[in-house]
Design a protein around this ligand. Structure first.
Ligand SMILES: Cc1cc2nc3c(=O)[nH]c(=O)nc-3n(C[C@H](O)[C@H](O)[C@H](O)COP(=O)(O)OP(=O)(O)OC[C@H]3O[C@@H](n4cnc5c(N)ncnc54)[C@H](O)[C@@H]3O)c2cc1C
Length: 510
């Protein structure tokens, strides 16, 4: 029983139903119930490349998804004004550094190319983004990539799209009704949910996808939220939808993230509009001031009239995650499990990881459910802690001193102890698999490289000369990045051209 029909609920229902080949498997049913009175949150437009695997896994056609959810391609993020506050920028692309794992790329970059941004020496993806290129050609099959990519999507269209697919193709039962209360059994499990129109509904496992209200895990079981506000201050956002100036305006194939005095602005290009929002700390800035900053940002690109016409939507959240994610026969996925902030867009990726583990480890008996629950809690507490550290890294490395917000972010008391220790280690040793050793790390060492060096962090160079073989290999890899960049720029269409093409032609299915 999935309670909640936002992106988290439908993704979880879809993964379980597709993996277990409903309705062909006897004895297993997936029902999703959503309230007619509570709308899904309707934000959450940035995804990770893992979304390609998830959509393919549940049998969605990529072309249909692109057409029906106003989708554009995302090749990573461009961070502006994070380091100094003066408009400087760096990229965190989705492609791994070219030759990553084969050679130490950092030492030769520092010795021979330090004047160039690290990401641009080890990857041609920043160039593709700067030049408005798509990550694939019209002939590249569905879900295949020339350059690694994810999506920007319209969150309001994504849930209904998944709903149609899950109910028509995957055998998910859909009930529109409000869950009024939860009935407990003697052993403490959830015995049933009690709905306004359908009465009692029983299930063996309840997946709480009720958004911030966390109806089952938070409210019924009282599992507390572990707050991360002492480390990551943002708790407010103002969101707007900005039309393009003309129908052929270029569409960025990366998320633009621009730091401001009490937070940062996301700018996400969809096919028909941009989604723009300012996420900030309510303790450091009033809503009115935040709104002025957001309007100034929009006016910069779209003009003062467009900015004046907008009515921002305010969202508030308590940054944190539940102390336990799976308790008895109830597991939380999505906002009901936690939300930290949209930086690096990890929320839907955590939904995908959760759905995959629930589906692959679906407990065959009630006794085994407690074993699976303990392992799930271990896996996801680890992921939430790593996500908090990685997000904090962006703030910790900033040299901005234009507001208390940025200065306080560097105070030792606000830094997670493990991150503080790693920062010391990374002065001498580079981030590696010894720091991130689980099979499915949420942010691998390569992501740390992009952010650390993009933000201006420079490790000490070993006093001994670099190994000759490594230097030669790195030189060859850097030259390949250059050559690859040239050939990709010549071969790839513009992002807008590919998206226009997909309105009339389909990508080849494999
Ligand atoms: C400002 C902001 C920006 C974000 N940006 C990103 C991003 O770029 N990338 C990303 O990955 N994520 C992002 N997120 C997070 C993302 O929006 C969510 O992770 C995602 O939308 C999943 O939400 P959900 O399904 O958990 O909850 P919701 O969308 O809130 O859905 C809750 C569901 O529960 C149902 N429900 C509630 N109460 C009841 C009841 N009593 N009975 C029955 N049903 C009930 C509702 O009807 C609804 O269907 C962002 C979040 C915020 C706040």
């Amino acid at each position: 029983m999935i309670v909640g029909g936002g992106s988290a609920g439908w993704l979880t229902a879809g993964v379980i139903a597709a993996d277990h080949q409903l309705p062909r498997v006897p004895g297993l049913e997936v029902t999703l119930i959503e309230s007619p009175a509570v709308s899904p949150i309707g934000v959450g437009e940035g995804t990770w490349p893992s979304m390609r695997d998830t959509l393919r896994r549940i049998g969605v056609s990529e072309t249909d998804f692109i057409r029906e959810c106003d989708v554009a391609f995302k090749q990573g993020s461009r961070f502006a004004s994070w380091s100094e506050g003066g408009g400087e920028h760096y990229y965190h692309p989705f492609s791994l550094p070219h030759g990553y794992g084969e050679a130490d790329l950092v030492t030769p970059w520092l010795r021979n190319h330090a004047a160039m941004p690290y990401a641009e020496v080890v990857s041609c993806q920043p160039q593709l983004c700067e030049r408005g290129r798509a990550p694939k050609q019209v002939t590249t099959p569905e879900y295949a990539a020339v350059a690694n990519y994810a999506y920007h999507l319209d969150a309001g269209k994504f849930g209904p799209f998944l709903q149609r697919h899950c109910t028509a193709r995957l055998g998910v039962r859909h009930i529109v009704d409000h869950v009024a209360r939860v009935e407990a059994s003697d052993n403490g499990d959830i015995a049933a949910i009690v709905t306004t129109a359908h009465g009692r509904i029983e299930a063996d496992l309840y997946v709480d996808c009720t958004g911030f209200s966390s109806l089952l895990l938070g409210q019924h079981y009282g599992v507390p939220l572990v707050t991360v506000q002492p480390q990551l201050f943002n708790d407010s956002a103002l969101a707007v939808q900005v039309p393009y100036a003309t129908p052929d305006s270029p569409i960025a194939s990366h998320t633009l993230s621009t730091a401001r005095s009490a937070g940062w602005i996301w700018d996400i290009g969809l096919q028909s509009r941009r989604g723009v929002g300012y996420v900030y700390s309510g303790a450091h800035m009033s809503d009115a001031e935040a709104e002025r900053i957001l309007r100034d940002y929009v006016a910069d690109g779209a003009g003062a009239d467009a900015a004046a016409a907008l009515s921002p939507r305010k969202l508030s959240f308590r940054p944190g995650y539940r102390q336990r994610l799976w308790h008895r026969n109830c597991v939380a996925v999505g906002l009901s499990a936690g939300f930290v902030e949209p930086l690096e867009a990890s929320a839907l990726a955590l939904v995908e990881f959760s759905a995959a583990m629930i589906s692959e480890q679906l407990p065959p008996t009630r006794a085994l459910m407690d074993v699976v629950a303990a392992r799930f809690n271990d896996a996801f507490r680890y992921r939430w802690e790593r996500a908090v550290e990685f997000l904090k890294l962006h703030y910790l490395l900033s040299k901005r001193s234009d507001s208390a917000y940025w200065i306080e972010h560097r105070a030792a008391t606000t830094v997670p102890p493990r991150l503080a220790e790693l920062m010391g280690l990374w002065q001498q040793l580079k981030p590696s698999r010894y720091d991130f050793y689980r099979i499915e790390e949420i942010f691998p060492a390569a992501s740390y490289h992009y952010v650390l060096y993009g933000m201006g962090f420079r490790p000490a160079l070993a006093p001994v000369a670099e190994r000759v073989e490594n230097a030669a290999l790195a030189q060859r890899l850097f030259a390949e990045v250059n050559a690859l960049g040239k050939s990709m720029l010549a071969a790839l269409p513009t992002h807008r051209a590919l998206l226009n093409h997909l309105q009339s032609y389909r990508l080849q299915r494999i």
